[in-house]
Design a protein around this ligand. Structure first.
Ligand code: FMN
Length: 181
């Protein structure tokens, strides 16, 4: 699969088969995420793999509630990875403050996509989650009070092999040449 094919194949997978995930595949995804670029090479991340059924289920139940139900599929995910946002290097923090941009957010976003693209290449399906009860999950995972969870990724073999057509803005809408006009 060439790179663009890989990008087109990666999609949010919200239904998984019961096929067990080989631990070395997860290691490879972590390796891809670990090698991601970051502002000032700060690498402001940590990855928590949840493969314990009980812990995973407790966390999964905190990604939806009575009102917001769209993450209910998470309870069926064979594996969950939590991406922690760690303190960036001071130089990245200063740069971020001067430029009024939270570089560590971008860093964690890039690492998460590295993870997902590697997973796709290995035949795994993933879904990045931004909606969850951070406080409750932090309690379950014994995360110190001063630390934040960035994103959560569900992982598993897809239930089917259908690749959906991507719903995206057209190139015309998103591309400008030489000027914003
Ligand atoms: C930062 C971020 C947060 C997201 N949060 C959720 C989420 O909480 N639940 C969910 O089902 N999908 C979530 N998604 C997946 C997006 O809905 C999905 O990537 C987008 O609709 C494009 O579809 P595709 O991933 O299948 O190409 C999130 C994606 C990103 C990048």
């Amino acid at each position: 699969m060439n790179f663009l094919e890989l990008v087109k194949t990666r999609q949010s997978v919200r239904k998984y088969s019961s096929q067990a995930i080989e631990p070395e595949k997860i290691e490879q995804c972590i390796e891809a995420a670990r090698l991601a670029p970051s502002a000032c090479n700060s690498q402001p991340w940590k990855f928590i793999i949840l493969n314990d059924e009980d812990i995973k289920n407790k966390v999964a139940r905190e990604t939806y509630n009575m009102v917001v139900q769209f993450n209910k599929f998470v309870v069926e995910a064979p594996l969950i990875v939590v991406l922690m946002m760690e303190k960036p290097k001071v130089i990245s923090q200063i740069g971020g403050r001067i430029k009024n941009k939270d570089f560590y957010l971008m860093d964690v976003g890039i690492a998460s996509e590295h993870f997902c693209l590697q997973a796709t290449e290995l035949g795994l399906g993933t879904c990045i989650l931004g909606w969850f009860n951070e406080k409750k999950i932090a309690e379950i995972l014994k995360i110190p009070k001063n630390k934040r969870i960035g994103l959560i990724i569900t992982v598993g073999y897809p239930h089917d092999d259908i690749i959906r057509t991507k719903i995206r803005k057209s190139t015309q809408e998103v591309l400008k040449i030489n000027s914003y006009d």
